[in-house]
Design a protein around this ligand. Structure first.
Ligand code: ZN
Length: 393
């Protein structure tokens, strides 16, 4: 039973921040009860509040509950170092009982050390209670690492704890859902078998997501965040490769690369249609605007070369077909270019129209379309559709 999920009691009296005004996440601080054992950010305690000293790499049995200190945690290793001993924050514990299955308690919000992840490989964790961290970044990274290590069982109940002051619960639930995790109320029973309807189910997540936005709206960061808890991601850049001739562009590309998790694979020189047609990890395609621009350039559209329109249609058809049929989880970033004045050049108008059409066609085949404005997300509804005008049939 999750006794509480907040890092401090929320809402804070008198506070008018987003978290406190928006119906904060929990009134009780993070703790999980397993049988007669209570897990807190400081470690494990018995029901009568006496601490249970768990040494990293060792196990303690209390009644029917077994508590395992993971190697690599505080107090870990043969020698004790800083951070060991009673009172030190517990990085992670595994707790198991016949009733609850295997539980991972990781309230510290720091990356789990490699030793810990190795020990968790194949552990079949049924419940993972993970620290949220600022904006969920810590939880997403830990979740991705656990999935890469094969630590979680199918249908593992992943719940956020140590939810901080200043985190709005509305957008937070949507973000957690994208990662296959959830917020649980105080006193919620956790676990795959308890309340199946409440478990964040990876199979219910959308397969195709289109993220639209103006330049520098935050759309790439939103797209990256959607995939942040995936164990593997193929990143498909469509822009020009960085070169010494354009240091400003090279710096931009480098900044984007450093923001992405280091284990994401970059598919250099691959096309969107062939990438989507090949089975594999989730794909991030960034962006449709640079893809359209590069393609139009290659086909001579800027100078209105003969046949460019037909050739472009053919390439766009292939991408839409691959998008529709792909078995991969795919997130594509697309620019919204049509909100300014009509471009003053024929080439500008060709680009705007070509990209607008591609965005529309992909949106029609997407389970999820998001518009990003100033870093905020507006989900675009799949409306009932408009009736065809008279005579259009
Ligand atoms: Zn507040």
């Amino acid at each position: 039973m999750l006794l509480g999920s907040a890092a401090e009691p929320l809402p804070r009296p008198g506070c008018r921040c987003r978290a406190c005004l928006g119906g904060a996440t929990g009134t009780r601080t993070s703790a999980l009860r397993v049988g007669d054992v209570v897990l807190t950010p400081d470690g494990a305690r018995r029901g009568d509040d006496a601490p249970l000293h768990v040494v990293a790499g060792d196990a303690v049995q209390h009644g029917r509950v077994r508590i395992i200190g993971l190697p690599g945690g505080p107090g870990g290793g043969p020698a004790s170092g800083p951070g060991s001993g009673p009172g030190a924050p517990q990085a992670a514990l595994v707790v198991a009982s016949p009733e609850s299955g295997t539980i991972l308690w990781a309230p510290a919000g720091e990356p789990l050390p490699d030793l810990t992840l190795d020990a968790l490989s194949g552990a079949g964790v049924d419940i993972a209670a993970l620290a949220l961290g600022p904006d969920g970044g810590a939880l997403a990274r830990t979740l991705a690492a656990l999935r890469r290590a094969g630590a979680l069982s199918d249908g593992c109940d992943v719940v956020a704890v140590q939810i901080g002051h200043g985190t709005a619960s509305g957008p937070l639930s949507a973000r957690l859902e994208a990662w296959g995790a959830r917020l649980a109320p105080d006193d919620a029973r956790l676990g795959p078998a308890r309340e199946p309807g409440e478990i964040a189910d990876a199979r219910r997540r959308p397969r195709r997501t289109l993220v639209l936005g103006a330049a520098s709206s935050g759309k790439s960061a939103v797209a990256e965040a959607l995939l942040a808890a995936e164990p593997d991601v193929d990143y498909l850049p469509t822009g020009a490769a960085p070169s010494a001739a354009d240091p400003e562009w090279a710096a931009r590309v480098d900044a984007h690369r450093r923001r992405r998790p280091p284990w994401w694979r970059t598919l250099e020189g691959a096309g969107p249609a062939e990438t989507l047609a090949t089975p594999g990890s989730p794909v991030l395609l960034d962006s449709l605007g640079t893809w359209v621009s590069e393609l139009l350039g290659r086909l001579g559209a800027w100078d209105d070369a003969p046949g460019w329109r037909e050739a472009f249609e053919k390439e766009a058809d292939a991408v839409v077909r691959a998008w529709t049929r792909t078995g991969r989880r795919v997130v594509a970033v697309g620019e919204e270019t049509g909100w300014g004045v009509v471009p003053g050049t024929p080439a500008g108008r060709r680009f705007r129209d070509a990209l607008g059409t591609v965005n529309q066609r992909l949106a029609a085949e997407s389970e999820q379309v998001l518009l990003v404005v100033a870093g905020r997300i507006v989900p675009l509804a799949d409306g009932p559709g408009l009736p065809a005008p008279e005579g259009a049939r």
